[in-house]
Design a protein around this ligand. Sequence first.
Ligand SMILES: [Mg+2]
Length: 178
Amino acid sequence: MTITPPEAAASRPLILLDVDGVLNPWYRPGPEWEVHEAIGHDMTYRVVLNPAHGPMLLELAHDTGSALVWATTWVELANREIGPRIGLPELPVIPVNVGREVPGVGHKTPQVAEYVAGRPFVWFDDDLTRSDTKFLKGHDGVGSFRIIQVGPRQGLNDRHLRQAAAWFASLSENGTPS
Ligand SMILES: [Mg+2]
């Protein structure tokens, strides 16, 4: 077993994961996707999940030296209702449901900006706009990042993961994309 020094863990790049529209698309894209009932904060939801996603994301994290983090309104429930069904271990959670709202900016974005603390990050989401990019770029403590827009009808696929891997590979040692 490899022990990661705390300072190395604290500076690792991050992979931010949305659930709805990314791991749980609007429709069932193919037979390999499984339908589940997932208990949310207020009711039970039908979710469509791909069991291949967990291994794919763990491989991306391993190959890029990054840490997976939930950035979803499911917050802690993602560790109970989503992760285990696609083969993900318990992950840290960005508390996106609390904190300040910024007009014109996605409700998760200010919390993400606070959380990343200078670490480079890729963010898989289906619902971000140029306002979010602008907000992040102008926020102290946000370093290099790449938003990878996922189409909510089909959800996350190989192409998105390749984009993430290519972006991580382009980071120079100081965390700036070359
Ligand atoms: Mg979403």
